[in-house]
Write a new protein. Structure first.
Length: 226
């Protein structure tokens, strides 16, 4: 199905229908998609940030099957609106914790991102006991992009790389105010959270890296001889 915005027509199955028939045609396609068994549909703007950290737009019911494959422990929700009951039920049935940080999604120039909310969200995000974790707002662009940008600063990324990643997801709707917030955000107060984490390597290569806290039992289980 291809939407032709210039001619106001919709191409379906090789034929052309006028715009007033588009909604009906789209409903038919949606029904066919829902009836397709085993189809995994990721949320809009979905991507992996780091191993065990994901980002996306707002998940709907068609995305639940895909989310199940991530084995999530936590969702960080960055909108002020109440979480939909159908989503809450999905979280309860899969024992997923929800952390909500109500950040206004209004457009610039008057929007101000609350620093305290971002700081608290980062504390949840860098706690590996909450991983795997999904960050999302409505579109997965501005609020999610701002939080991920601050995480990158905590990871000592250079600003040019931070902004490139932000713009890649925000596209033409990138906001100067968001990038200014990321640039000015002070991550020094969160350094002690990272200092409490010990990097342990299992096997070889960075992909085998594991983050554990000092109080966590680091001893390997005993090997029983046969």
């Amino acid at each position: 199905m291809v939407l032709l915005s210039s001619s106001k027509e919709l191409e379906v199955g090789g034929g052309m229908v006028m715009e007033n028939e588009a909604d009906e045609a789209e409903e038919t396609v949606d029904i066919q998609v829902e009836e397709e068994e085993g189809l995994l549909v990721p949320p809009s703007n979905f991507s992996m940030v780091e191993r065990g950290i994901y980002r996306s737009g707002f998940p709907n019911q068609s995305n639940f099957g895909f989310l199940e494959t991530l084995n999530l422990r936590t969702i960080i929700y960055l909108c002020p609106e109440p979480y939909p009951e159908v989503n809450s039920e999905f979280l309860r049935s899969h024992n997923i914790k929800l952390f909500q940080f109500g950040i206004d999604g209004s457009k610039e120039p008057f929007v101000t991102i609350p620093k305290d909310a971002i700081s608290e969200a980062l504390r949840v995000l860098i706690d590996v006991r909450n991983h795997p974790v999904l960050i999302h707002c409505k579109r997965g662009k501005h609020r999610t992009g701002s939080l991920v940008g601050c995480l990158r600063k905590l990871q000592n990324w250079c600003l040019s790389s931070v902004f490139e990643e932000y713009q890649r997801f925000a596209s033409v709707k990138a906001r100067v105010s968001d990038m200014k917030f990321i640039e000015m955000f002070d991550v020094s107060s969160l350094r002690h959270c990272l200092y409490s984490i010990i990097y342990r390597y299992q096997g070889y290569g960075i992909h085998n890296r594991r983050l554990v806290y000092p109080k966590e039992n680091l001893q390997k289980p005993p090997i029983n001889s046969i």
